[in-house]
Design a protein around this ligand. Structure first.
Ligand code: ADP
Ligand code: MG
Length: 246
């Protein structure tokens, strides 16, 4: 039997007592490559934040065979502040902190590794550039370089390719596939169903409740996708339809 890196047992995660993810059970095998798919507001980011330990379960539990300090996490782009006046190099070397500890110091060896990571993501020569001056694609490459430096065994990516040019997307997919080849456990939220089908052997499809979790071709069926959309339309019913008073 394959060993689980992370198991979810009847997991419910709530904001102010309103559940955003309900009763999810299943596990991520060590070394698996899993896409997380589902409509907007389906609870994908919430699920990842719970796995990262940022949100506590309202019910159920998360069991981790790999301690969470060995997780690399890329939040959704909207949650990352780019206005700090820091360089590409400074951003990448923070990837080493998780291993060395913030006071372990960043030595010359780490800087050399950071430069190598920048070459690997196609950003050679960008070391001194302020992150605020980068395009969306270049910034995402920088964050992937930071993950390379972090060398985590579980890598969690929240919409890594949203609003990113296709050339960058292709380069970063290659890095994801390399991580998978190295035996790391990788999870990524994706919107592009073609990318999911082409590259991700496993899929977790969620619409606040779990729709399916297993081999991609068994989960990404028309029937399951239709069910996910139907559930999402029900949430939209709660939104105000018209701002103008009757
Ligand atoms: P997804 O990533 O699939 O688009 P999210 O996990 O971001 O979905 O959100 C799931 C639900 O939880 C949505 O209804 C969203 O509005 C709500 N939600 C997300 N973050 C918060 C928050 N910080 N406080 C309250 N509700 C939230
Ligand atoms: Mg999200």
């Amino acid at each position: 039997m394959t060993q689980a890196a992370i198991s979810l047992e009847n997991l419910t995660v709530a904001y102010n007592r309103h559940p955003a993810v309900h009763h999810v059970s299943g596990s991520l095998a060590r070394g698996s490559l899993t896409a997380i798919a589902g409509p907007n507001g389906a609870g994908k980011s919430t699920l990842l934040r719970a796995i990262m330990g940022e949100l506590k379960p309202a019910e159920g539990e998360i069991r981790r065979a790999v301690p969470s300090r060995d997780y690399g996490y890329l939040p959704q782009a909207a949650d990352i502040n780019r206005r700090f006046p820091v360089s590409v190099m400074d951003t990448v070397v923070t990837g080493a902190w998780k291993r060395a500890g913030a006071f372990g110091g960043i030595g010359r060896a780490e800087r050399r590794k950071a430069s190598e990571a920048l070459v690997a993501v196609g950003l050679e020569g960008f070391e001194a550039r302020p992150i605020g001056s980068l395009s969306a694609g270049q910034f995402q490459r920088t964050l992937f370089a930071r993950l390379l430096l972090q060398d985590a065994s579980v890598i969690i990516l929240d919409e890594p390719f949203t609003a990113i040019d296709s050339r960058t997307t292709q380069d970063l997919i290659d890095i994801v596939l390399r991580w998978h080849g190295e035996g790391r456990t990788v999870v990524a939220v994706l919107h592009d169903h073609e990318q999911v089908r082409q590259h991700f052997p496993q899929t977790l499809l969620i619409a606040r409740e779990l729709i399916g979790w297993g081999p991609t071709e068994e989960v990404m069926t028309d029937q399951n996708l239709k069910r996910a959309r139907a559930l999402a339309e029900r949430w939209d019913d709660n939104a105000p339809v018209c701002e103008v008073p009757a």
